[in-house]
Design a protein around this ligand. Structure first.
Ligand code: UD1
Ligand code: CA
Length: 454
């Protein structure tokens, strides 16, 4: 963003339309709350609007969409009580529009891939003397979209919705992406002139173009690639938007210096941050909120969410980092190890088959195979504290709340219920009894019993 873009953005009011029921999704969740790269679609749209330098935003919601209202807070959320079309939805924000703005920017909450630069270009197009500027694109399959009808001078004359289009109009490849910039001072007047005489009986925002042209006002359009402008109406569209977003995120991660050995098998969240020289092996899934430090390796089939991985750490294969997992520099978390709400200090290791939850593990500690923090007793969660350099033998159950001091050693197979002080050795398991030479006699007795002789 240049400072000029940011300065012009200040005069803009963005209205995000999110009141639609999303009938075609067949979902009880509002459409714009469906996630792409771990983030609700409306979140991506709000990010793009903010990055374009626009800070006045209203999100038009439908009745009863409380989760959406909470998600977009503190932006105002005017309610469109009845879904009567996209122009009707914009007018739900009448009070915000009446407060005045240089530009009114309308963005659809179901168009999650739009970039800040494209929003900037649309606003620039409007400011070239047009009352209305609309964003167009040429999708591979134009069938669901409104079509741009151009005048002899190449300017935009009107937009015709697919359902209202003649066969000739349906042959037009240039489609409406839905984003529109409207001269702020004229916006309410133009919107109030839109009628509902069409196939769906709705107030179409797209009719604003014909309304403006009818008043002798100029309308323009900008174009951008389909990868940014596809609208999500169905679950299939959602999967395609996810694929497009993943492609973008993988490219960004690699551009920032991470190696993705097989990028098409790695799934990133919108906020995943991979440091320089991080290597991600095939088939790794990043949920939201993951940061990986420089030079760390994430090996195949690992799943990470709301976790921090320190520089040079090794994770996986087959590791699971759940919310609150924090690995220090050079820590190792190996196969079939689950970490939740726990910190591992620098160089600490849990290499095989372990569950570390609600715990802190000091630097350089070694957690043996099969170690379990028993953090939950069916009622409450309790903490386990393990000091620096401690050694926890294989198959140890740490019954929380419990602590193992720095430098302490716990014998394999222990069930630890009492604190283990620094530098002590604790063994908490049944003693072994051994009876030398007795095995042959035992076998003979069992055989005789089987054959009914004893
Ligand atoms: C709309 C455009 C179409 C364009 C396409 C681009 C209109 C009439 N049509 O069609 O030209 O090619 O987007 O993706 O504008 N919404 C409300 N209230 C309503 C109706 C819709 O808030 O009463 C919201 C929806 O939540 C959605 C957005 O407006 O975020 C677009 O609505 P949708 O029904 O998906 O429009 P399309 O049929 O896709
Ligand atoms: Ca749509």
């Amino acid at each position: 963003m240049t400072t000029a873009d940011t300065a012009s953005g200040a005069a803009t009011l963005a209205i995000v339309l999110a009141a639609g029921e999303g009938t075609r999704m067949r979902s009880s969740l509002p459409k714009v709350m469906h996630r792409v790269a771990g983030r609700p679609m409306v979140g991506h749209v709000l990010d793009a609007v903010a990055a374009a330098g626009i800070d006045r935003v209203a999100v038009v919601v439908g009745p009863g969409m409380e989760a959406l209202v909470r998600w977009v807070a503190p932006h105002p959320t005017p309610v469109q009580a009845e879904r009567r079309g996209t122009a009707h939805a914009v007018l739900a924000a009448r009070a915000e529009i009446a407060a005045g703005a240089g530009d009114l920017l309308v963005v659809f909450g179901d168009t999650p891939l739009v970039s800040p630069a494209t929003i900037g270009r649309l606003l620039a197009e409007r400011r070239r003397g047009a009352a209305v500027a609309v964003l167009g694109f040429r999708p591979a399959d134009p069938s669901p979209y409104g079509r741009f009808v151009l005048g002899a001078d190449g300017g935009l004359e009107r937009i015709v919705e697919a359902k209202d289009a003649t066969p000739e109009e349906r042959a037009i490849g240039l489609c409406n992406a839905g984003l529109m910039a409207i001269e702020g001072a004229r916006a309410l007047d133009l919107l109030d002139r839109v009628g509902c005489d069409n196939a769906k009986g709705e107030f179409y925002l797209t009719d604003l173009v014909a309304v403006a042209r009818g008043l002798g006002l100029a309308c323009r359009f900008a174009e951008a690639p389909e990868a940014e402008l596809m609208g999500v109406n169905t679950r299939l569209d959602l999967a395609q938007a996810e694929a497009a977003m993943q492609d973008r995120l993988r490219r960004r991660a690699m551009a920032e210096g991470a190696t993705l050995v097989a990028p098409e098998t790695v799934f990133l969240a919108a906020d995943t941050r991979l440091g320089r020289d991080v290597v991600v092996y095939p088939h790794v899934v990043f949920g939201p909120g993951v940061t990986v430090g420089e030079g760390a390796e994430i090996r195949s089939f690992s799943h990470l969410e709301q976790a921090t991985v320190g520089a040079g750490a090794l994770v996986g294969p087959f590791a699971r980092l759940r919310p609150g997992a924090e690995l220090g520099e050079g820590a190792h978390v190996g196969n079939f190890v689950e970490i939740k709400a726990a910190t591992l200090g620098a160089g600490a290791k849990a290499n095989h088959l372990a569950y570390i939850g609600d715990a802190s593990v000091g630097a350089g500690a070694n957690i043996g195979a099969g170690t379990i923090t028993c953090n939950y007793d069916g009622f409450g969660k309790y903490r386990t504290e393990i000091g620096a350099g401690a050694f926890i033998g294989s198959n140890t159950a740490l019954v929380a709340p419990v602590s193992v001091g720095a430098g302490a050693i716990v014998g394999a197979g222990s069930v630890v219920t009492d604190p283990v002080p620094d530098d002590s050795i604790a063994i908490a398991r049944a003693r072994q009894s051994t009876r030398p030479g007795i095995a042959p006699a035992y076998r003979a007795l069992r055989r005789a019993r089987r054959e009914g002789k004893a």
